[in-house]
Design a protein. Structure first.
Length: 252
């Protein structure tokens, strides 16, 4: 019971963002700022970001070559003395390596596994540069692993509750559709529209047509409304999508 109350206290501290979490997770006497060799830092496989945009990474590499790493990465002690595990800042760490920088500033925190994962999730979600699937998975992890509800996730990150709920619903899409969203070939709007279809087969088939025909969200929503109106089966037929696409072009 006492452990549950402690987790609740830390969770409430998140309301003002990452800055409010850090004091709750690590007391000042247990943290220190160092210059650390990039080779002594290892990434955490549990961090929410799985994909790194090549163009944005190239921009960050150029910036680091010119100005160095300005903002420290967050780390905690690793399994061996003098080694560290990343808590937050993997993009900066990777970009520093690509830029040929041998040392970067790092804030060393004393954290347990739960605190490290929690901080990593919050830090990444607050940056708002995750793809929709990564963002939705981050919300879901806060719910599953830290007993947040949708309202608490929203307050923590400064979002509307409806935004959190709609993002989490995207995870109901089939894996191939989520992959298209991760790759940037489908937008969040496309994903939300596809959820209106009753089965995964129809969602995946229409998703493939969206990519092939470059259908807009408006076109997809119109197509789904037409299907519901006529009672047609929720399967994407090529001629149906093509007809819609041609009609939209004529309407412009």
């Amino acid at each position: 019971m006492a452990e549950k109350k402690k987790a609740f206290t830390v969770k409430r501290g998140l309301g003002k963002g990452l800055g409010a979490l850090l004091p709750a997770a690590a007391a000042p006497e247990n943290e220190k700022l160092i210059q650390c060799s990039v080779s002594f830092i290892e990434p955490d496989s549990r961090q929410p970001r799985k994909r790194f945009d090549p163009e944005k990474m190239a921009e960050l590499v150029r910036s680091i070559k010119e100005k160095g790493v300005v903002q420290p990465v967050l780390v905690r002690p690793g399994s061996q003395p003098g080694r560290y595990r990343l808590v937050a800042g993997e993009r900066r760490w990777r970009a520093a390596q690509q830029a040929g920088v041998s040392q970067i500033p790092a804030l060393v925190l004393t954290l347990d596994d739960r605190q490290a994962v929690e901080i990593s999730l919050i830090e990444n979600l607050q940056r708002e540069n995750l793809n929709p699937v990564e963002e939705a998975q981050g919300y879901q992890r806060l719910i599953d692993e830290f007993d947040f509800n949708h309202e608490e996730v929203a307050k923590t990150l400064g979002k509307d509750r409806s935004t959190v709920t709609n993002m989490v619903r995207l995870l109901n899409l089939p894996a191939p559709v989520l992959t298209l969203m991760e790759e940037g070939r489908l937008s969040m709007g496309h994903g939300r529209a596809l959820l209106a279809l009753p089965d995964d087969e129809g969602r995946q088939a229409l998703a493939e047509q969206i990519v092939a025909r470059q259908l807009s969200v408006r076109q997809v929503e119109r197509l789904i409304r037409q299907r519901k109106k006529t009672g047609a089966e929720a399967k994407a037929q090529p001629d149906e999508a093509a007809s819609l696409y041609e009609k939209d072009l004529c309407d412009r």
